[in-house]
Design a protein. Structure first.
Length: 308
């Protein structure tokens, strides 16, 4: 048997329960992966709450959260050519990684598994898909080029930290990131100019402008207002937080590019890209991890570690 954290109906964190489930066997075109680290994201509790039920198909009862993880292939189904037993892989996309073992589609056409580059630890690899992948698509959408000036709202969150680093890698002339004061040193280390959000943000940013483009990883009225006031071209603004009012105000919502993680890894190459992992929980304590994530202020990512 193996472990999984499941839920039977949409609701609060109280719906989550740890369960013993059989170790799966791979079907044709599948591999079984044993996860070593699982990324925790805001989308997890949004899915649990039912916010995405129209867009993200989920089998209930017995639903499983988690849209990213790193692990090792332990069994290979018929017809799979891309992976062998022992390969380290990153799983991304469809929810279901809050478990120890999972059977995952692994055919050429499937975009749920990517080979894990050796230079990343399992924890680093587990948190790359959502943060770095979303950052990559955001920068593609606004067409950031070398020599340009970018503002990133929510720069100390998982996606924000990745956006800052990918923008610096792209050759941005300056990246200004909004964050709480206790994250300013972290942003400076990554090459950004930090600015505190809250009252007077528009004036503080206007002093540092003009900006060619903006990425909103925080949501709400301030990032929207500043994007509209400080970036002339609507096509060079993007928000990753779904909010019809933001889009109506002229800040387009993100569209992810295909093969996002592979493209992101290509861009990162061997650069010193790193997402701080600031909290770790055993898989069975997923609800505590999600509570901490919702509280925010971590300046990095949370991972779940499946018990042996
Ligand atoms: N569309 C997509 O595909 C997509 C993908 C990933 C995430 N998202 C969404 O994007 C949001 C961020 O995700 P994440 O994983 O980066 O979250 P996260 O790691 O929890 O970070 C959230 C950050 O927001 C900052 N923040 C809060 N209020 C702010 C404000 N008014 N101005 C500027 N920063 C503010 C906090 O900074 P301080 O701690 O410094 O205060 C915190 O670091 C979530 O809503 C998530 O659901 C969407």
């Amino acid at each position: 048997m193996s472990s999984a954290v499941l839920f039977d109906r949409y609701g609060t964190l109280d719906e989550l329960y740890a369960a013993d489930v059989p170790v799966p066997s791979p079907g044709p075109g599948e591999v079984v992966v044993r996860y070593t680290a699982i990324g925790v994201n805001p989308i997890d509790w949004k899915i649990l709450r039912g916010d995405l039920r129209a867009h993200v198909p989920l089998g209930l009862p017995g639903g499983c959260l988690g849209v990213e993880a790193a692990g090792v292939v332990v069994d290979v189904g018929s017809g799979v050519r891309r992976f062998r037993v022992g390969d380290p892989v990153i799983r991304h996309g469809r929810p279901g990684t809050y478990r120890t073992y999972e059977a995952v589609p692994a055919s050429q056409e499937s975009d749920e598994l990517t080979a894990q580059p050796g230079r990343f630890s399992a924890e680093q690899a587990a948190v790359l898909p959502v943060a770095a992948g979303t950052a990559y698509s955001s920068l593609r959408q606004i067409g950031l080029r070398a020599g340009e000036r970018l503002v990133v709202h929510g720069a100390s969150g998982g996606v924000g930290l990745a956006t800052v680093q990918l923008a610096v890698l792209t050759g941005a002339a300056e990246v200004v990131g909004t964050a709480s004061a206790h994250h300013h040193e972290l942003l400076r280390r990554l090459g950004a100019t930090p600015v505190e959000y809250g009252d007077g943000l528009l004036e503080r940013l206007a002093e540092l402008g003009p900006f060619d483009a903006s990425v909103d990883c925080a949501g709400g009225t301030q990032p929207t207002e500043t994007a509209v006031r400080l970036v002339d071209d609507p096509a060079r603004r993007v928000t990753i937080v779904a909010d019809p009012q933001t889009q109506a105000a002229g800040v387009p919502y993100l569209e992810h590019v295909p093969l996002e993680l592979a493209s992101t890894l290509d861009l990162i190459g061997h650069s010193p890209f790193e997402l701080p992992v600031t909290a770790r929980f055993p898989l069975s304590r997923a609800a505590e991890a999600l509570t901490l994530g919702r509280k925010g202020g971590l300046g990095g990512k949370i991972v779940l570690i499946p018990e042996a």
